[in-house]
Design a protein around this ligand. Sequence first.
Ligand code: ZN
Length: 52
Amino acid sequence: MAQRCSLCKEKVGLTFLQKPLGTWVRDRKGKQHLVCQACQRRYSAAELKEKL
Ligand SMILES: [Zn+2]
């Protein structure tokens, strides 16, 4: 099943090693969210934590 970005809900592609082409961001409660590369560029690390 494809994983989706926690912010834009777009599908996050996989590398040939089946790793998501995104990053895991931990919110203030310590829960991890997958964020795609586009959203990483759009928001700073602090902004990501605010939005998750
Ligand atoms: Zn996204």
